[in-house]
Write a protein that binds this ligand. Structure first.
Ligand code: HEM
Length: 217
């Protein structure tokens, strides 16, 4: 296979992500962690100690919005890269109706999954909604440059929306990380870019068949 290499035992591997896709994902993920800790530091006294991660309260307040812009741009590029893999089709609707089989790892009973399953696709769109909400509300509450253009009730509503979107985003990413750990071999896909034939055949059989078909041409 042209785009495969081998693991330490000599088993063939399939390329799932390129270097650029992985760097793009990890820049987004690192920004997310910095934003989550700095955001929580500003949100509540119980988590204010988290300001230490960005060098104290002043730096937290200065840096948080700029890191937010970097995450938004990085995430937007990720969305453009993966958009075509996330169209919801009939097989996805069927997958959602068989949640019992999904949760009990009876993957043989599920419709054949392509690059992503319905859960990953829904998460993708939830993340997009959160990012748009965070960007728009974040601009309104950015005291140093924009907040003075808006009346106080708008700033208060934006602060609420910002906290709501951040809560949904943090909970979604916890689910995302849990799923990445639960489906053994997924972290390797995002770290090294490759997966085993077994992983691909078991979790994403339609994608696996496409890769094999393309490699034969
Ligand atoms: C912080 C720790 C994170 C870990 C450990 C992690 C792990 C992973 C893994 C293993 C995959 C590959 C799944 C597969 O190929 O089936 C993936 C995909 C992806 N991740 Fe993350 N991720 C993290 C954070 C984030 C963040 C913060 C975002 C965006 C806000 C994000 C957005 C995505 C997207 C969009 C995909 C592609 C899935 C799709 O398009 O439906 N990830 N992640």
């Amino acid at each position: 296979m042209s785009n495969s290499n081998r693991d330490k035992d000599g088993n063939p591997l399939i390329q799932r992500y390129t270097k650029n896709e992985r760097s793009n994902h990890w820049i987004t993920a690192i920004c997310f962690i910095l934003l989550a800790v700095s955001g929580l530091a500003m949100f509540h006294p119980a988590t204010s100690w988290m300001a230490v991660f960005l060098g104290g309260g002043q730096w937290t307040r200065i840096l948080h919005p700029f890191i937010g812009l970097v995450m938004f741009v990085s995430f937007a590029v990720l969305v453009l890269r993966f958009w075509h893999h996330n169209h919801i089709d009939a097989a996805d609707k069927q997958w959602m109706q068989q949640m019992d089989d999904v949760l009990n790892n009876r993957e043989d009973k599920l419709p054949k999954i392509g690059m992503y399953n319905a859960g990953q696709k829904i998460l993708f769109f939830v993340l997009i909604a959160c990012m748009i909400g965070l960007l728009l509300s974040g601009i309104v509450i950015w005291r140093a440059y924009f907040a003075f253009y808006f009346p106080i009730p708008v700033i208060r509503a934006a602060a609420l929306l910002h906290a709501f979107c951040a809560t949904v985003l943090i909970m979604s990413i916890i689910v995302h990380i849990y799923a990445a750990l639960w489906v053994k071999g997924s972290i390797g896909a995002m770290v090294r870019g490759t997966v085993t034939y077994g992983w691909a055949r078991k979790h994403h059989p339609r994608w696996f068949e496409e890769v094999i078909r393309k490699s034969r041409h």
